[in-house]
Design a protein around this ligand. Structure first.
Ligand code: HEC
Length: 259
């Protein structure tokens, strides 16, 4: 190999290797950051929904919500056989208010939302195989949140258990304490005998990793392009310098041999 190529190789391999390592490290950092950001957005959305639920519970307890008025309205619609889910009473059930708030945020953020519960009242909430796996993981780890990046499915999951508070018991509590005396709640549905502090079901948010992967791919391509460009420029500059130095040597050699 000619001396000029040996010098070139010695001066550029380190720079090229550094460039490639930097791109690889940035790529993995970008992906981790993207996932972390999504996780935080999901957590914020769910904690927001819990706070909406708490506000409605507090309003119920302090009597701000005029229950008598809501109830008479509800009874009129129920007796007429109308859709009770459209009543103001239904909308002010804390868990429903939280759920609706979460649904709005999820649509805006592009998350898909599931409310999963075994033996659910609403058939839509009966757990899918995916929900069952997440509910089991939540129960196993007994924490207040669960997060998973499933690379095989290309999806991220964030879930929080639904914990019972006192105000839930009028509908989900001890059937023996049913106001109507028949073990049913005001909606005419069987009370489940749940207790304060128990976890029943979970809110589960899901989002594809596709957007993050697309962003990481585009950024990596840009970074590689910049590295390649800088590489070509520095190779050109090195070539010029090496040629210059070698010409200097040749001149010295010529002078020496003349003597
Ligand atoms: C006024 C009655 C009432 C109260 C109070 C109430 N719920 Fe419910 N809950 C319902 C009804 C009715 C449904 C079914 C909703 C539907 O049809 O989608 C439901 C559904 C649920 C579900 C979804 C699973 C399923 O069975 O479909 C969960 C979880 C739940 N409630 C938890 C709670 C918690 C926690 C509280 C207290 C913060 C609470 N609920 C307070 C009436 C009530």
């Amino acid at each position: 190999m000619k001396i000029r190529y040996k010098i070139l190789l010695a001066s550029t391999w380190g720079a090229v290797a550094t460039g490639i390592v930097c791109v690889a490290v940035s790529r993995s950092t970008l992906r981790t950051q993207g996932i972390e950001q999504t996780r935080n957005a999901m957590r914020t959305a769910l904690i927001g929904a819990e706070s909406v639920r708490d506000s409605f519970s507090a309003m119920g307890e302090t009597g701000v919500l005029q229950k008598e008025h809501l109830l008479s309205d509800f009874r009129a619609i129920k007796t007429a056989g109308g859709d009770v889910t459209g009543t103001a009473l239904y909308q002010t059930i804390p868990i429903i208010a939280g759920w609706r708030a979460l649904d709005t945020v999820s649509r805006q953020q592009g998350f898909s939302l599931r409310v999963a519960k075994e033996n659910a009242r609403n058939p839509k909430n009966v757990p899918t195989a995916e929900d069952t796996r997440i509910l089991a993981a939540l129960e196993r780890q007994k924490g207040d949140e669960y997060f998973e990046v499933n690379e095989a499915l290309g999806e991220m999951f964030y879930a929080r258990p639904i914990i019972l508070t006192k105000d839930c018991l009028s509908c989900h509590g001890d059937p023996a304490k049913s106001a109507s005396g028949d073990g049913k709640d005001i909606f005419g549905q069987k009370m489940e005998g749940w207790k304060v502090g128990e976890a029943h079901g979970a809110f589960i948010l899901k989002q594809s990793t596709r957007e993050i992967d697309r962003f990481v791919k585009e950024s990596t391509q840009t970074m590689l392009l910049v590295v390649a460009l800088v590489g070509v420029i520095s190779l050109g500059v090195s070539l010029w310098i090496v040629a210059h130095v070698l010409r200097g040597f040749a001149a010295i050699e010529a002078t020496l041999s003349e003597r």
